[in-house]
Design a protein around this ligand. Sequence first.
Ligand SMILES: [Ca+2]
Ligand SMILES: [Ca+2]
Ligand SMILES: [Ca+2]
Length: 140
Amino acid sequence: MKNRMTCSLIAAGLALLTLPAIAGNKDETVDAKFNKIDADRDGKVSRAEFEAYDQQKFAKMDANADGQLSLNELSAEADLSNRDASEKLKALDTNGDGKIDAAEHKAGCEAKFTSIDTDGDGYVSQTEMMAGHKAKKSKN
Ligand SMILES: [Ca+2]
Ligand SMILES: [Ca+2]
Ligand SMILES: [Ca+2]
C-alpha cells in the first residue's frame, strides 16, 4: 500500500467532502454511505452518481447559498476540526481565494473519484470505497 501514498493522501483530503459524519466510526457508515450514493442500486458507484452526490453535499454545506464554501461552512457541516477543514480548503481551493466554489468542488470530486477507483474501471466498488475510507482514517 505504500506506493499508494499519493493517492491515499489525495483521497484523504478530498474524501472529507463526502464523508461528513464519518470521523472515528466504523465500516457500517461506509456501507450506508455507499448505498446512498449508489442511486440505481447496481452495487457500484458511477462517476455520475458520485458527482451527483457531491453536488448535493455542496449545496447542503453552502449554508448562506453564495455558491462557495467558506472555512466556517466546511467545518460546520462536515463536522471537522478547524485544522482539518482548513487543510481541506487548502487542498481544493485552487484559485486561492479562501473559498471552495462549485468548480473547485467538482474538480476535487473528480480527483477523488479517480483516486478511489483503484482498478480504473470507472466505477467505485464498495471495496474500493472502504479502502479509500481506511486510507483516510490512517491519515487522521
Ligand atoms: Ca450505481
Ligand atoms: Ca476558490
Ligand atoms: Ca473501480
